[in-house]
Design a protein around this ligand. Structure first.
Ligand SMILES: [Zn+2]
Length: 261
C-alpha cells in the first residue's frame, strides 16, 4: 500500500483535504488520526458513527488483533510506533478497505521524522493571514500577529522542512486553489498519488476524524472558510504578517500572497 503524508499547520483546511482526497475509491484517509488530547469525545467519524464504533475503524482494529495487536488503540497518540506495528497497521488498513493509498492526515512532522519514509509528501498551504486570523479566533488571545505568523505558521513549516530530510517527492497544493477549482487540484493530487484521475469528484462517505462542529452537518465538503482575515486583521496586523513572511520566507510565499519577493 502506498502512503502519503500530509504537511499542513492547523486551521489550514487539512480536514477538508483529507475528506476530498478520500472521495477517491482507491484512497483512504482518516484525517487527524492521532489527536493529542487523551479525551477525544468531542470528535467522531464523518460516516456518522462515534469514533470507536465506526464499522471501518472496528474492521481495522480486528485485523490488527489478528496481526498480534489486540486492543490496538490507533486513535491515541503514539510517539513512535515500532516498524512492525506500523507495517501491520498499513496491512490492516489495506485488507479492511481495499484502498491502494493511505493518506496520513496527522500533519505531524514528528511522525514524518520517526516513521518509515512515506512514498511522498503533500503540502497544503493557506494564506498566512487566514492562518493567523484563525489561530487568534480559536485562542481568543490578543497575540501579536508577527509572533503568531513567525511561531505558529512559519514555525510549522520550518519544522516540516527539517523532518523532510530525504527530500521526498512533494506535491504542493494551495487552499485557495482547492476551493476555487477542486476538480483540477484533486486530480493533480490523485495523479501524484498514482491513482486514476476521476474528473469532478463525486461526494462519497468518508471515515475522516471530525470535530463536533463539523459532525453537526455529518459531512465536510468544499466550503471556503478563507478570506476572513479581511474583516479580522487590522492594517498593522497584515503588515506584521507580511514582515514575518518576508523575513523567513524561502518558498516564495510572500510573492504569492503579498505580491512582493
Ligand atoms: Zn467511520
Amino acid at each position: 500500500m502506498r502512503r502519503f503524508h500530509l504537511l499542513c499547520p492547523s486551521y489550514s483546511g487539512s480536514t477538508m483535504l483529507s475528506v476530498l482526497a478520500s472521495w477517491h475509491p482507491e484512497v483512504i484517509g482518516f484525517g487527524d488520526t492521532y489527536p493529542v488530547l487523551p479525551d477525544y469525545s468531542s470528535y467522531g467519524c464523518l460516516c456518522g458513527a462515534p469514533l470507536l464504533r465506526c464499522p471501518m475503524r472496528q474492521a481495522i482494529q480486528e485485523r490488527m488483533a489478528r496481526c498480534g495487536y489486540p486492543g490496538y488503540d490507533w486513535m491515541r497518540w503514539k510517539a513512535v510506533p515500532a516498524e512492525e506495528e506500523h507495517d501491520a497497521f498499513l496491512l490492516s488498513i489495506e485488507a479492511a478497505t481495499g484502498a491502494a493509498v493511505y493518506f496520513d492526515g496527522s500533519k505531524s512532522p514528528d511522525r514524518l521524522l520517526l516513521e518509515p519514509a512515506p512514498d511522498g509528501l503533500v503540502r497544503l498551504v493557506k494564506d498566512p493571514r487566514d492562518a493567523v486570523a484563525s489561530y487568534r479566533r480559536y485562542f481568543r488571545g490578543g497575540a501579536d500577529a508577527y509572533d503568531v505568523a513567525s511561531m505558529f505558521w512559519l514555525g510549522y513549516w520550518s519544522q516540516a522542512r527539517v523532518a523532510d530530510r530525504e527530500a521526498r517527492p512533494t506535491c504542493t497544493l494551495y487552499y485557495e486553489d482547492l476551493v476555487a477549482e477542486p476538480a483540477v487540484v484533486l486530480n493533480r493530487l490523485w495523479r501524484f498519488m498514482g491513482v486514476a484521475e476521476i474528473g469532478v469528484p463525486p461526494e462519497a462517505e468518508t471515515h475522516v476524524t471530525g470535530h463536533v462542529s463539523i459532525l453537526r452537518f455529518r459531512k465536510c465538503g468544499i466550503e471556503n472558510h478563507g478570506g476572513k482575515w479581511k474583516q479580522e486583521l487590522s492594517a498593522a496586523d497584515i503588515e506584521a504578517v507580511h514582515r514575518a513572511i518576508e523575513e523567513f520566507d524561502t518558498e516564495h510565499l510572500a510573492a504569492r500572497y503579498f505580491g512582493s519577493a
